[in-house]
Design a binder for this molecule. Structure first.
Ligand code: ZN
Length: 94
């Protein structure tokens, strides 16, 4: 059965050494298949807000065990992008 998994990882921020949390989604067609359709959802430093999308060597990302995540419109990439653009537009207005 086709299932979607959420992967979370954490690594050090280049700017402030705070924790960056990065998320990606992957799909498994069945229990023994490899993950496919891996999509980066987003990454952000919880301390300063810097969007650093991967760990800088030699720092290593620490990974949380993948968790099953029901496909939801809430984490549709197009949706996220739209929300992000709207947030930027709002920021420019002020
Ligand atoms: Zn930071």
């Amino acid at each position: 059965m086709r299932k979607q998994y959420l992967h979370l990882s954490a690594y050090s921020c280049d700017k402030c050494h705070g924790p960056v949390v990065s998320a990606s989604l992957a799909v498994r067609e069945n229990a023994i298949s490899k993950e496919t359709d891996i999509r980066q959802v987003g990454a952000i430093c919880l301390s300063c807000g810097y969007r650093q999308d991967q760990a800088t060597e030699p720092a290593r990302a620490r990974h949380v065990l993948p968790m099953e995540w029901d496909p939801a419109d809430a984490i549709d990439l197009r949706h996220l992008t739209t929300a992000f653009v709207e947030a930027l537009n709002r920021a420019e207005l002020h």
